[in-house]
Design a protein around this ligand. Structure first.
Ligand SMILES: Nc1ncnc2c1ncn2[C@@H]1O[C@H](COP(=O)(O)OP(=O)(O)OP(=O)(O)O)[C@@H](O)[C@H]1O
Length: 886
């Protein structure tokens, strides 16, 4: 496997075998379409639940960029735009160069006279995007870089290129119409040939001004010579150009002594202005009435799509109408559009809560240029965050992508108490809200409708997912208070995907001499992003990657997704195969599976489980203080080790349950470093303590080690009745004065106790039962995945259209049954077989480790070779019993 080779794209030229495996061949009745020369290779992905996404290339037609057609060949406008709409812009057709640095963000869609160029903020590098002033003219650099993109679009090799944020600012702008969010928005134009002048003068229009003659007939001077003159000029120019049959090229006209060379670029500019005008008109019509006709017009103008796909119109109209909606559409069906169009129409901000930063960045890049967007996540620097917040408050951001952690941050929520209006909250990958989903996130669970209504003053929530069982949907809709009538649910798998299964054999790519690149979490972020870029630009044929590679990947021409090993749920399977065939073409999804992988995954499904005993001990610690209203904290790392519970998946889940369960026992606060080590530099500590009660409290509650005062922040704050925030700002103040320096460490879960449970054991028993149901649910998901694969390979009677090579119909049926069934169906669990030697093994294990204490679960995990916070693989893998279980 050529995983580390530097791909220069040289192998791209070799048309990859489309039918690399007999089991993937098309049925004879559907012969392969002829390859369109010079088609780029059509890549594919190989994926596995845990790990591997692989990429294979096959033939492809050049992508028909929807916007390209709509922008490059707009229908002839019935009339010139009325003066009231774009008067000042008309001047821009002369292509006068001006500095663009004085561009100002435009406050709202309404106030923007033109919807065009935009860029990522260089200052903040936060990738927030805003619109440049409509009166800003393109710079030389903008024009120079133009044709590059045109060529890229034309040669077809770069269709669907995803521009990495880092490269965006430095990349010269396209000669196409510039799109705010810089995504696949290249609208190629004909190369401009200057007729007059003979020299290559770039894309300038040469404006020969005779000062005397430039005075208009009405006697107005240059500075006031605005719209009416332009209109006349424009009309006559057009007449002249048309009469010369050069409407698509350049020309010369003389008008009142004004000699102007008109280039193709100017005509392009005028077309753009017209297109912008039409978009504004369509927007205003859709705001007045969100009718099918008005929305379709907007769809056509903004996206270039002719019609809505199944479910889109219904969702958009409900949201625009202010109703919360649960939207379940297949992957690649176009869910993004269901919030983007409402975001254009609704007056306030749209917040899109997303689970992955990479996903946010991708979605941000995919926003059409008329929607200025930004993103906020916990890992951003203070400067990036404040720049984005500033733009948000100024109205320069219309759609903000945000992580749930960041959204739930008190400072962020308080922005909206009297600040900008939020019209819509979108919960993307909404299954993460539910513990019954394949990808539960405790922070998503905290996104309750009650909180969103109260703190963001928003009434409309759009929850979107491609993969949700009935149980998942129920809990998501209940948490987000979405009425049952507002569920829009379409098929889970697109029709253009051909599904097939085989047992894992000979599955290493190197055996077949296929070059590959690897993509996983141990690879530095910049290399991962490079690999993704190479893949998106069709320069890599094969990527062996973790499932994270595929999340949100919207590359239209992925021809196949191959699961190197079985995913651990049908949700995962559906999500991952959803990367294929997003352009609507027939694409292939092949699953390799075997019993060994199934057994391994089965063991892993139990890796997060907890014993009642551990839960009980943990709860005792949580309610240790019994101090109502006081600030409490639990150190993450040490608690995880002590109670043998994973930090996020288990501890945070339990704490979230204590906050959001039937009884609210606590209120979760942002996590923070709670141990502080402080040095005094000017005034002596005791002298400072005389005038500062915080320092006095610190001296009382700290211990000194090598001249440093070490204390627990919550303890000090509680002792004088202040918040940790107040304490931190006082410390910052003293630091700025040069009195102290300090460091903090030990990240902790922080909370206030609301109610102390009467019976901790009973509560522990309830929580353990709930967690064990969640665990069983995961096992059930794996069994359903195995069952579907096994059925296709061994039990399918080939009645529904399946054949030797593909099992699309039976797998689709299995998937549908799984997602639509009210209760889990009975699935055979191959794991029920237990080794007769197991008891004996456990006895010997306990005897040989008599010095240590084990919970039954700890022993089971060691025997299955699964590490946990308290029993690391570094140590236990050396044991003879590691992975000994069947
Ligand atoms: N009405 C439409 N007509 C044609 N193409 C469309 C339409 N709506 C969306 N698309 C295109 O479909 C592709 C997939 O859209 P999108 O990324 O929104 O899918 P998704 O449902 O969010 O998928 P996933 O769940 O995998 O993230 C995009 O390239 C988009 O331009």
């Amino acid at each position: 496997m050529d995983s580390d080779s530097d791909s220069d794209g040289s192998h791209v030229s070799a048309t990859p075998p489309r039918y690399f495996n007999p089991s993937l061949q098309r049925p004879a009745s559907k012969p392969p379409q002829p390859l369109i020369s010079p088609s780029p290779p059509r890549p594919a992905i190989l994926a596995s639940s845990k790990s591997k996404l692989r990429v294979r290339a096959s033939s492809s037609r050049p992508k028909a960029v929807a916007r390209k057609s709509s922008r490059t060949k707009p229908p002839p406008p019935p009339h010139s735009p009325p003066p009231s709409v774009i008067p000042p812009l008309s001047i821009s057709s002369f292509r006068i160069r001006r500095q663009s640095s004085n561009a100002e963000p435009v406050a709202s869609l309404d106030s923007a006279p033109v919807l065009r160029a935009g860029h990522f903020s260089k200052l903040s590098q936060s990738f927030s995007k805003f619109r440049r002033s409509s009166l800003e003219f393109e710079t030389d650099a903008d024009s120079i870089g133009a044709n590059t993109s045109v060529l890229e679009a034309k040669d077809g090799l770069h269709e669907g290129v995803s521009v990495a944020p880092s490269s965006i600012d430095s990349k010269p702008a396209s000669d196409s119409r510039k799109h705010l969010n810089l995504i696949r928005a290249h609208v190629p134009i004909e190369p401009v040939k200057l007729k007059k002048g003979g020299k290559n003068e770039g894309n300038f229009v040469r404006l020969n001004l005779n000062k005397r003659k430039f005075m208009s007939k009405s006697g107005r001077s240059k500075s006031t010579y605005k719209f009416s003159g332009y209109r006349k000029f424009s009309r006559r120019t057009k007449r002249k150009l048309n009469s010369q049959g050069e409407a698509n090229n350049e020309g010369t006209c003389e008008e009142d002594g004004l000699i102007v060379e008109i280039t193709g670029q100017d005509q392009k500019q005028q077309k753009n202005e017209r297109a912008d005008f039409e978009i504004r008109e369509a927007l205003s019509a859709a705001r007045n009435q969100a009718s099918e006709e008005n929305l379709e017009k907007l769809l056509k103008l903004v996206y270039g799509h002719d019609s809505f796909r199944d479910g889109q119109l219904e969702a958009i109209r409900s949201v625009v109408d202010g109703q919360s909606v649960m939207l379940v559409l297949p992957t690649g069906a176009g869910k993004s559009l269901c919030y983007q169009i409402p975001a254009m129409i609704l007056p306030g901000i749209t917040l899109v809560v997303s689970p992955l930063v990479a996903l946010m960045i991708d979605q941000l890049k995919q926003l059409p240029p008329v929607i200025p967007g930004g993103f906020l996540c916990s890992s951003q620097s203070l400067q990036q965050t404040s720049e984005t917040l500033r733009m948000l408050q100024e109205g320069a951001i219309k759609v903000l992508f945000i992580s749930p952690e960041r959204l739930l941050n008190e400072d962020f929520l308080s922005l909206f108490s009297s600040g900008p209006q939020v019209s819509l909250v979108v919960v993307d990958e909404a299954h993460c809200v539910s513990e019954w989903s394949h990808n539960f996130r405790p922070s998503f669970m905290r996104l309750r409708a009650s909180l969103l209504h109260a703190r963001l003053r928003v009434s409309c929530i759009l929850a979107m997912t491609a993969t949700a069982t009935r149980a998942t949907l129920c809990s998501v809709m209940s948490a987000l208070e979405i009425p049952a009538t507002n569920l829009i649910l379409k098929a889970h798998v697109r029709d253009n995907l051909r599904l097939s299964v085989s047992l894992s054999q000979n599955k290493y790519l190197s055996d077949n001499n296929i070059s590959a690149k690897s993509y996983h979490s141990n690879i530095p972020a910049k290399d991962r992003s490079r690999i993704q870029d190479l893949f998106c630009s069709n320069k890599i044929r094969v990527v062996v990657a973790t499932v994270a590679f595929g999340m949100g990947l919207d590359k239209p021409d992925v021809g196949a997704v191959i699961h190197y090993s079985m995913p651990n749920s049908l949700e995962g399977f559906v999500q991952e195969i959803g990367r294929a065939g997003r352009d609507g073409r027939v694409s292939y999804c092949h699953l390799l599976y075997d019993d060994t992988t199934y057994f391994k995954l089965h063991s892993l499904m139990h890796s997060d489980g907890v014993d009642e005993y551990a839960v009980s001990k943990f709860l005792s610690k949580v309610f240790n203080n019994e101090s109502h209203g006081k600030f409490c904290s639990i150190l993450k790392e040490s608690a995880s080790c002590k109670y043998d519970m994973k930090e996020e998946v288990v501890i945070l889940t339990i704490l979230t349950h204590l906050e959001l369960g039937q009884v609210q026992y606590l209120h979760l606060l942002p996590q923070l470093n709670v141990t502080c080590a402080m040095n005094f530099h000017q005034t002596t500590p005791s002298l400072l303590a005389e005038t500062d009660i915080i320092i006095a409290a610190i001296l009382r509650k700290s211990e000194t080690k090598q001249g440093q005062y070490i204390f627990d922040i919550p303890t000090v704050a509680n002792s004088i009745g202040i918040t940790t925030g107040e304490l931190s700002s006082q410390l910052e103040h003293l630091k700025l004065k040069g009195e102290i320096t300090y460091d903090t460490k030990d990240m902790a879960y922080c909370y206030n106790i609301v109610k102390v449970p009467q019976d901790i054991c009973l509560l522990a028993s309830h929580i353990t039962k709930w967690l064990s149901e969640v665990e069983s649910c995961k096992v059930h998901k794996l069994d359903a995945m195995y069952d579907a694969a096994n059925f296709a390979l061994n039990k399918c009677q080939k009645e529904l259209g399946c054949d030797e090579f593909q099992h699309t119909a039976c797998l689709q049926k299995k998937i549908m049954e799984y997602f639509y069934s009210e209760s889990p169906c009975n699935l055979s669990n191959k794991m029920s077989l237990s080794s007769p030697f197991l008891r004996a093994d456990i006895k010997v294990f306990l005897q040989s480790n008599s010095q240590a204490k084990f919970t039954p679960r700890a022993i089971a995990r060691i025997l299955h070779g699964i590490s946990s916070p308290a029993y690391s693989s570094t140590f236990w893998a050396k044991s003879h019993f590691w992975k000994e279980a069947p």
